[in-house]
Design a protein around this ligand. Structure first.
Ligand SMILES: NC(=O)c1ccc[n+]([C@@H]2O[C@H](COP(=O)([O-])OP(=O)(O)OC[C@H]3O[C@@H](n4cnc5c(N)ncnc54)[C@H](O)[C@@H]3O)[C@@H](O)[C@H]2O)c1
Ligand SMILES: [Zn+2]
Length: 350
């Protein structure tokens, strides 16, 4: 798991590793950023591990949910840090799912031109994906991750026992990114995950999935090529996620990605890249695991507008990562509007 260590990611069976790292480095103040769920379920585990170390925590809490990944929440966090006179040797611990790690990393990266932060992911999605790779940012103007920077965490500590309290829906949301890692680069991982239910989520499988992401990031940290593979399912997925952000019931990120992966696998067949047998296997598995709300046809134009705004586009062409087989992705592909709509129709009308 060299790629994990290169990215400073530590799988730990004991959270005292966090306090040990803090004490060894020496920080003036240590803040813990969390939402109400990670405060309730995860903070105590972190604090229990402090027994042998003299580390005093300050706490910052934001409401759970994607709506907190916004500019006004950043402003209130920066205000709290400023009011406390937090200096540049302050450390921020991001204790939460991907919302907290994206938000906290962004806040830390800009406060006083950057303070150190550790990610302590507590959701499956954050363990295998969001806390790895240095992308951090917030939603803006109704668009997902519109404002952000690349900034690596000083350290990331993955402690799988946090998953004991993770709700079922959030577990499956994280599984979508594990399926994605398998589909883009590891057919054997796909075979292992296919037969897999929540009970079988072993730390080894989580670690393998995180390592697949870390390996890609290590090769291409700034997303000039190889890293684009990780965007599979995300062109349509982000559009669907943004669409549901405007509705009463937002769609969990992984569910939107699962939706996007079926559509983008369908586009891959339209490009004669992916064969129909493998397409059916992907569609069958994802449809068994995920239930999707319907989207009326009249709203497809809204989805296309979101796709037009995607950060990955170049020269106004919507950029896709497609599959040429299970375990093999191809970057920098385009699709016509009618191909995109055909994939949406296929998924929503079947
Ligand atoms: N930076 C990246 O590379 C990257 C990659 C993928 C996703 N993301 C981002 O990650 C976010 C989604 O992350 P997420 O799915 O973890 O969402 P999330 O952070 O909103 O967490 C989902 C829910 O689970 C709760 N939760 C988390 N850990 C828990 C635990 N151990 N016990 C009980 N409840 C717990 C949270 O409070 C929240 O209610 C999105 O904003 C997405 O854009 C970023
Ligand atoms: Zn994702």
């Amino acid at each position: 798991m060299d790629s994990l260590l290169k990215n400073n990611i530590h799988f730990v069976a004991d959270l005292s590793n966090v306090s040990k790292a803090i004490v060894e480095t020496g920080y003036s103040q240590v803040y813990v950023l969390m939402d109400e769920h990670t405060n309730e379920h995860c903070l105590q585990l972190l604090q229990e591990a402090l027994v042998d170390y003299e580390v005093y925590f300050f706490f910052l809490e934001v409401p759970s949910g994607e709506a907190s990944k916004d500019l006004s929440t950043c402003a209130s966090l920066w205000e709290s840090l400023s009011e406390d006179n937090a200096d540049r040797k302050t450390l921020l611990l991001n204790l939460g799912g991907g919302m907290i790690t994206d938000l906290g990393a962004f806040v830390a990266s800009l406060y006083k031109r950057g303070i150190s932060f550790y990610n302590i992911p507590t959701s499956l999605l954050a363990m295998v994906d969001a806390s790895i790779g240095g992308k951090c940012g917030i939603d803006f103007g109704g668009f997902k991750n519109q404002i952000g920077v690349f900034q690596q965490a000083k350290k990331t500590f993955v402690y799988p026992k946090f998953l004991n309290t993770l709700p079922e829906l959030e577990f499956w949301s994280g599984m979508a990114e594990m399926y994605k890692h398998a589909l883009i680069c590891d057919a054997a991982h796909w075979s292992a995950l296919k037969v897999f239910d929540r009970k079988e989520v072993t730390p080894a499988l989580i670690e393998h999935s995180a390592a697949l992401k870390a390996e890609i990031v290590a090769k291409d940290p700034m997303e000039n090529g190889e890293r684009k593979k990780l965007n599979f399912g995300h062109t349509i997925g982000h559009a669907v996620e943004s669409y549901f952000l405007q509705k009463e019931k937002p769609m969990p990120h992984g569910y939107a990605v699962a939706f996007g992966m079926i559509c983008e696998a369908h586009i891959s067949t339209q490009h004669n890249l992916l064969n129909l047998v493998e397409y059916d296997e992907i569609e069958d598995l994802l449809k068994t695991k995920y239930e999707f709300p319907t989207i009326p046809k009249k709203d497809f134009s809204i989805l296309l507008e979101f796709m037009q705004q995607d950060k990955k586009n170049e020269d106004g062409v919507i950029n896709f990562t497609l599959l040429q087989a299970i375990g093999s992705a191809v970057i920098d592909q385009s699709a016509t509007e009618s191909q995109i709509i055909a994939s949406l129709n296929y998924l929503l009308n079947e």
